[in-house]
Design a protein around this ligand. Structure first.
Ligand SMILES: Cc1cc2nc3c(=O)[nH]c(=O)nc-3n(C[C@H](O)[C@H](O)[C@H](O)COP(=O)(O)O)c2cc1C
Length: 208
């Protein structure tokens, strides 16, 4: 196997290091976060760091890069208190990736792609129309990660919209039935396929 020490990592070119470090922790979730500014301008950006924090209350988190440049999604959700998380369907990957381009605040990524806005319930932020799974979230809090000046943003799920064929009787959501993609690194989009589901694991009993 090829081996890289911390010293080797430090000596890599920045693009090589970015590619390797971003992909070596595994497949990531692929989400489009939708927000709206105070004057109604919409914003959409791809994120690969959304994680589950707890189910009761239903909390999620995501990592925000250092705010050394304007982070429009973050500014908007902090101001109006809402954001949406939209899973990316395999047919949407090109447009989804394009939302990471650095557009000025007054330009909406919805106008630069064929992705369409959708508004539901009391959520003051756009959902992505036809996304197989959509979460309407309330911004709750954020914590700085002092080691690299990133932050973890905490949100509470207020509404869940799921394509019916993905939702199983016990509440489990089978993502591959909805054509939901995952991200490999920062620019590779993959389509995972379910192998098996298991019963709750207990010591010394083989899960079925
Ligand atoms: C695949 C992919 C995943 C990304 N994940 C994150 C992320 O988790 N956190 C983050 O702050 N930026 C992430 N970005 C960068 C944002 O998409 C990019 O900075 C975008 O312009 C942010 O838009 P905004 O400033 O309008 O919020 C990611 C980019 C790509 C291509």
């Amino acid at each position: 196997m090829k081996h890289f020490s911390r010293e080797d990592i430090d000596q890599m070119s920045s693009i090589y290091r970015l590619n390797m470090i971003n992909s070596c922790t595994g497949y990531k979730s692929a989400n489009l976060i939708g927000t709206q500014s105070e004057n109604g301008k919409t914003n959409l950006a791809v994120f690969n760091s959304v994680v589950h924090l707890g189910s009761n209350p239903p909390l999620i988190g995501f990592i925000l890069r250092p705010t050394t440049v304007p982070r429009h999604s973050h500014q908007n959700m902090k101001k109006n208190g809402f954001f949406t998380i939209n899973h990316i369907h395999q047919s949407q990957i090109e447009d989804a990736h394009h939302t990471s381009a650095k557009y000025p605040e007054e330009i909406s990524e919805f106008d630069q792609t064929s992705l369409m806005e959708e508004y539901k319930e009391e959520i003051k932020a756009p959902f992505v129309k036809n996304a197989p799974l959509q979460l309407g979230c309330r911004y709750l809090n954020e914590y700085q990660i002092k080691e690299n000046d990133t932050s973890i943003i905490i949100g509470q799920i207020e509404h869940i919209f799921i394509e019916e064929e993905m939702l199983l009787e016990d509440g489990w959501v089978q993502l591959d039935k909805g054509g939901v993609v995952a991200i490999n690194g920062l620019d590779g989009y993959a389509i995972p396929k379910l192998i098996e589901r298991f019963t709750y694991a207990r010591p010394k009993i083989k899960a079925k």
